[in-house]
Structure formats: C-alpha cells, structure tokens
Design a protein around this ligand. Structure first.
Ligand code: F6R
Length: 629
C-alpha cells in the first residue's frame, strides 16, 4: 500500500531513496517519484521550482521504480535531502500527475504519503476556496497545501506547521514532508500506517518498512499515532508527541540481515521464500517442548490455568492467506482442545456484532502486523474485553503494540507479495497452540503431545524432500497453464489447504481458481467442468480419514472430463489409476498434512505463473501490506 522513504544527511540522497524504493516496491508499483532539495536549480525536470536559496526538484514516473531510476539519472538531479514514494493507487489513476511527491502551490513543499486521507474532499474544497490550485486527483495533495497554509499561519515554523496539519487530517497516513526553506530537515509522521525511523553516521532516515533502512542501520524506532519525528542532516532526530512535547522512543534491533532481504541467487523472492520453509518450520517449532516436564511451553501466554480453563470461545480474525491459516487452526484447536472456534475475515468481524466476553480468546493473525482491517478487529475485541493474541511475523509492528500477547512466527522478512513461508509458519504455530490448549485443559497427555511434536520435527526434512524433486509439479503445471479456470478440492484440513492453494494460483498467475470441500462439488461447482477444456481439478487426497471419499469424488470429476492433478501420500498406488498427474509427498498424520501439502501447491502456482509470463513477485493490482480498509 505505497512505500515511502526519506533521507537527510551528508551523502547523496538519491542512491538511498532509489535503493530504498526498490526494496519497498512490494508495497505498490504503479508509479514512483522522488523530491530532492538542491542548493540551486540544477535541473529542467518538470516540477522544479525556484526562489531564493534552495529549490525543490521533483521527478516522477508512471510504472515501476526502474523507470524512475532511468528518469532520475537522465535528469541529473542531486541533493542530500530528499523523499521518495512507490505507489499503489487509491485516489486517482496510476499516472505521472498522480504519482507522489505532491507539492503545494509554491512548489517549495513536497509530500509523500502512504494511506488514505479520509476527509480530503472537504479539505480540498476549503483549500480551493482559499485560492489553492490542485494538480492531481489524489487525496495526498491536500497535505502539501495545508502545510503551505499552516506554515504561513505559524510564521515559518515548519514543525508547528506540520503539527497543525496533522491535527486537521483524518484517515490513515505515513507522511514525509520536505520544505525547501529548511533544506536539511524532513518531518515524518504517521497514523495507522507503518513507519520506521533510524539514523547512522551519514544522516537520518525513515521508511515504510525496514528493508529500506537495513543497509544503513539495524537500530530502529517507531512513533505512535500523530507523533512527529524531525530528521536532521547530522543524524539527530527530534521526537514530539501530538501536543508538541518531546520524547525519546524505544530502539529496536532488526534481527535479520540485508542478505535475507535480497534474492541470494534465486530467480525470484517467491522461490527463495518457498525454499526457506524447512528452516522456517524448524525455527518456529524449536524449543517449545520441555523434556523434563514433558509439556509444551508457551511462556508468552500470560493466561493462568484458570483463565485457560474458562475460555469458552475463540475467534480467529485475519485476512487472505492468514485467514486460511486460521481455518486450519480452527480444525486443530476444535479437535484437540474442544473449544468452539469461529474464523472471521477481519473486514467482516470489525463491522459485525461478535459475541465476545471476558472468556473469549481472540487470535489475530497477520504476517505484516499492519493490515488495517485486522488491527481494527483487534481494537474491537479488546474494547469488548477479550484477551487478544497477535500471531505475527513482524515484531514491533502495529499489531504487537495493540494485542496483549504476541506470538512470533519465525519466517523472517517476506518480500514476495504472495505469502508462502509465513503461511506455513502460521499453521505450524497454530498447531502448537492447539496442542498447548489441549494439554492445559487436560485433553491430551504429555505423551500424546510429545508424539505429535516429535512428528512436527520431521516436517522440515519432509519439505526438503518435496523441494528436492519438483519435476512432477512442473509437468502438471505445464499441462494446466493454458486453462481458463481451475478447481481445487479436498476434505477437512485438505479443503482448507485447497483454499490457500487456489488463492496462490489466482493471485500470481491470474488463472481463475476456486476451492471447494470435495463433498460440495456435486451441489453446483461440478457444472464448471468442461470436458473440451479438460478443466484442471487439483485434489488434495493425502492419507486421511476421508481419503476413500476423496477418491470417489475424484472419480466423479474424472468421469466428467476433468484433468486431475492429485497431491497424494507416497505409496498410494490407487490414485495413479485415477489421476492424470500425481504429486507425491511424504506421509504425515492428517493434522500436519497442510504443512507439507501446501508446498507443492505453492510451486504449482509459481510454475503456472511463469509459464503464463507473469511477474510472480509483484502480481498486478496487489500490494504486500494492506494498510488501508
Ligand atoms: C496472499 C497474501 C494476502 C495476505 C493478506 C493479509 O498471498 O499475502 O492475502 O495474507 O493481505 O496480510 P497480513 O497477513 O500481513 O495481515
């Protein structure tokens, strides 16, 4: 949902801004731009504006950051203080005029923004009445004009002008603001949108996410809603709360390195992240079982035995892939811990009327920890008195500040827009949580828990085995690549595995895909099978209590001319007779099968996307972090 970067220092700002934007491109990629303060006019590029002393130079381009890089190089703009933006359009079509940065009437103030200014229409009318002239269709541009107004009203005090502006805005925003009259200073602020801030010997920096900063510093700070951070070129940063009171924020250390944020020899981030899954599962489940007490440990959970025993309902709230992980978690928790679990998409939960009491546990799942709907669901749940557990990949993210308990999946930074390794880690952690709740409620013995945990430790090796030979997956993908639509079927956790498999396929290959419980297919979806098109049906038919039913469903699809791609357990020879393509995976118990069965589905989607010429890391219309409603 747009990426912003800001740099003020002693070195050239361009290289930081452009490299930072490239690393934030997963957040949006329909246009990009930078603004630099220059001591004197040095460029003819549209958007530059002079006056006395320093001037502002703006370069913007429609399309990906690569086209901006070309334009910046051609323009020759340079400077040591600048801001940049990569856009995921919300207000106004993707175009050069709507690309950020946006300027005020004088062309001396520039703004980049991630989020939505909800009251922009009303503000714009007022500003136009005062004589301001707008150059774009965006909501963002009002911010530049408001700062212009407030700068005059506060006699040229830049910080006060921004503070007054922030007080006039509603909605979500992370903003970086430049003023040519203050050529060494950038002011950043946020409300419900992510922003990280840091400094190093070369200056002060800020960005929407850590990958943009990681090669300069691994010590970062966050600000709260509507706080201001004033970045100075000597690397110092002043922090002010909304009342203008200075404060010193906490400093967080980023655990992962720059290498982890790069492709490391893989052709795309998606393949790199799929390949990291054995390590991710190993790290996520490590050190959870205490051999001495023969019990799973969840030291992060502050609930007493009594409170755990009193839980009478669990809500899982999440979006997209994280929602699918929640559906799998529901099956496991209900089976083992016998607590009713409702899984809601966060955008519905927040506007619904959920039945919540102090005995309700809410598990909010978010890879990024910044998804607007999930955050709002957390707030609603807390207001209603529930204990909220956040299950996230990003420590320090917004959700970690809003929930009472934080469980960290150990996926490390995920850059490909399509979630893969974070999904597997979420499912693994929910599996452990289900076991833990059952253990604490005395529904599973220590020995039973140890046995399942022992099998979980086999998962990394099993995933390695799947990754070591992907020929069958590639052959199945090649055969299906031209299809118009694909169906995914499964039963129990196999069905929920299919929901995620279908989402992966549609989001990166644009091949229409839908998943169904196999038992439901006769009630309508079977009409989609077109014998002339040999409609692909991907069946997750691994060893399970309903495997024979799955075989019967596969026969029904086959009889109607479907092309069957089966994900089955090694040694299952019967399925070879029914399916056109069989992808074998190692045997696991049914409750763990989503973790292994998801891997071939991720690769299947990727192979099809590549065969269709799609960009697997940056699919059209999507962005990694959905920080707006
Ligand atoms: C799909 C995908 C999205 C996210 C969803 C929630 O591959 O990545 O569906 O799962 O936008 O994001 P988080 O988990 O960051 O809240």
């Amino acid at each position: 949902m747009c990426g912003i970067v800001a740099f003020t220092g002693t070195a050239d700002a361009r290289s930081f801004l452009l490299a930072g934007l490239a690393r934030l491109e997963y957040r949006g990629y329909d246009s990009a731009g930078i603004a630099l303060v220059q001591p004197q006019a040095a460029s003819q590029e549209a958007g530059s504006a002079g006056g006395t002393g320093a001037v502002l130079e703006v370069v913007r381009r429609k399309g990906k950051v690569a086209s901006l890089v070309e334009a910046v190089e051609k323009s020759g703009v340079a400077g040591t203080c600048g801001i940049g933006h990569t856009r995921w359009a919300t207000h106004g079509v993707p175009s050069e005029e709507n690309a950020h940065p946006h300027c005020d009437c004088s062309g001396r103030i520039a703004v980049v923004h991630n989020g939505i200014i909800e009251n922009y229409a009303h503000l714009k009318v007022e500003l136009i009445e005062k004589g301001h002239v707008f150059a774009s269709q965006t909501d963002t541009e009002v911010v530049a004009h408001l700062v212009e107004e407030n700068y005059e009203a506060h006699a040229g005090d830049f910080t006060e002008a921004v503070r007054a502006t922030v007080a006039q805005l509603s909605g979500s925003f992370a903003l970086a603001i430049l003023h040519a009259n203050h050529p060494d200073t950038i002011i950043v602020t946020r409300n419900d949108s992510p922003l990280v801030i840091g400094s190093y010997e070369g200056g002060a920096i800020a960005a929407s996410d850590t990958p943009a900063l990681i090669d300069k510093t691994r010590e970062i700070s966050y600000i709260r809603d509507r706080d201001l951070a004033v970045l100075h070129s000597d690397g110092s940063i002043e922090f002010f709360d909304p009342a203008g009171e200075p404060f010193t924020p906490a400093i967080y250390h980023i655990e992962w390195s720059l290498e982890q944020a790069e492709k490391g020899g893989y052709p795309d981030f998606m393949l790199k992240e799929i390949s990291e899954q054995p390590r991710v599962i190993r790290d996520t489940i490590a050190n959870r079982f205490d051999r001495k007490t023969c019990a799973l440990q969840f030291d992060e959970l502050p609930l007493t035995d009594e409170e755990l025993a009193d839980i009478d309902r669990i809500y899982v709230v999440a979006c997209g892939t994280s929602y699918h992980a929640g559906l799998i978690g529901k099956d496991l928790i209900e089976n083992w811990a016998r607590i009713p679990v409702e899984v809601d998409v966060a955008s519905e939960f927040r506007y619904g009327n959920p039945i919540i009491s102090t005995n309700t546990l809410v598990i909010a799942i978010s890879q990024s920890g910044e998804t607007a709907d999930t955050l709002e669901a957390v707030r609603l749940a807390r207001r209603a008195g529930a204990h909220v557990i956040a299950l996230t990949n990003v420590m320090g993210s917004r959700i970690t500040q809003e929930a009472q308990t934080v469980l960290n999946i150990k996926a490390n930074i995920e850059i490909a827009v399509a979630a893969t390794k974070s999904f597997l880690a979420q499912v693994a952690l929910l599996t452990l949580l289900g076991l833990y709740l059952a253990q604490e409620r005395l529904l599973l013995t220590g020995a039973q828990v140890r046995e399942i945990y022992g099998e979980m430790k086999q998962l990394p090796g099993q995933i390695e085995q799947i990754l070591s030979d992907t020929a069958a997956i590639e052959a199945a993908a090649d055969a299906c690549a031209e299809a118009q639509t694909a169906l995914f079927i499964g039963r129990g956790v196999g069905a929920t595995t299919c929901y995620e498999g279908a989402l992966k396929l549609k989001e990166i290959s644009y091949l229409h895909a839908e998943a169904f419980s196999a038992g439901e297919i006769k009630h309508g979806p079977i009409a989609l099978i077109d014998p002339d098109a040999a409609t692909p049906v991907v069946a997750v038919a691994t060893q399970s209590s309903t495997r024979d039913k799955m075989l019967a469903n596969i026969e029904e699809m086959k009889a109607r001319g479907a092309r069957i791609v089966a994900v089955a357990t090694e040694g299952d020879e019967r399925i070879r007779e029914l399916a056109d393509h069989v992808i074998y995976i190692p045997p696991t118990r049914e409750c763990l099968s989503p973790i292994t069965a998801s891997v071939p589905l991720q690769l299947f989607a990727r192979f099809i996307a590549l065969a269709r010429g799609c960009d697997v890391d940056q699919p059209r219309n999507l962005a990694k972090s959905v920080t707006v409603e």
